[in-house]
Design a protein around this ligand. Sequence first.
Ligand SMILES: Nc1ncnc2c1ncn2[C@@H]1O[C@H](COP(=O)(O)OP(=O)(O)OP(=O)(O)O)[C@@H](O)[C@H]1O
Ligand SMILES: [Mg+2]
Length: 219
Amino acid sequence: MVVNQVERIFQVGGNALHVLKGIQMEVKQKQLVMLKGRSGSGKTTLLNCLGGLDTPSKGEILFRDKPFSKMNDDQRTLVRRKDMGFIFQAFALMPLLSAYENVELSLRMAGKPRSEWKSRVVECLELVGLGKRMHHRPFEMSGGEQQRVAIAKAIAHRPLLLLADEPTAELDTGMSAQIMAVFQNIIATEHVSICMTTHDPTILEVADHVYEMVDGKFI
Ligand SMILES: Nc1ncnc2c1ncn2[C@@H]1O[C@H](COP(=O)(O)OP(=O)(O)OP(=O)(O)O)[C@@H](O)[C@H]1O
Ligand SMILES: [Mg+2]
């Protein structure tokens, strides 16, 4: 993914709020890229643009050499479902579905063959340490367990790009380390790149590249 001079300007009460001010970045194949920066600096705004949940006001985003940010909604939705995975607060779990069914749903949505569902769901839930919680529904799990289901769900369809907004924020140190090990493992074994935000200095250490956002720009 290549980001060229991306700006995002919000109109709030008649005023223009310039949140992203010319972002230039690249996420290469099999890279683990992290975004850090103070609260309000624009990290989530940028991730939303990378994932096509929002579009830049200026500049462009290329994904697999195609102008992702200039596609229409239908085209973008197809790319999102097939080739991207999300770990965002807003993409929470389906409350009435078990962990197993939640992960299965992402395979169904991505159009993966039904014959592959079972083994892949089990594999992903085991990867995040939830082999014994597969049939629990979200309200029967702790916050950290729910977050791990969200991670299993985000990687199940083997996305090329995984976008994660503070994926370890609610987890303790041990579990955060385990999730980062899962991320490194999927980068090593599958054709995926990961772009995530974090505040945790110990997590930043495992990044291939860290971009620091200050007031809508990288320093
Ligand atoms: N839809 C929107 N309309 C108007 N302003 C917005 C919108 N989304 C974000 N902003 C503003 O853009 C700025 C950056 O927000 P953003 O959520 O990207 O920050 P962040 O770096 O993710 O912060 P945090 O670390 O707290 O999650 C904030 O000042 C926020 O109020
Ligand atoms: Mg944020």
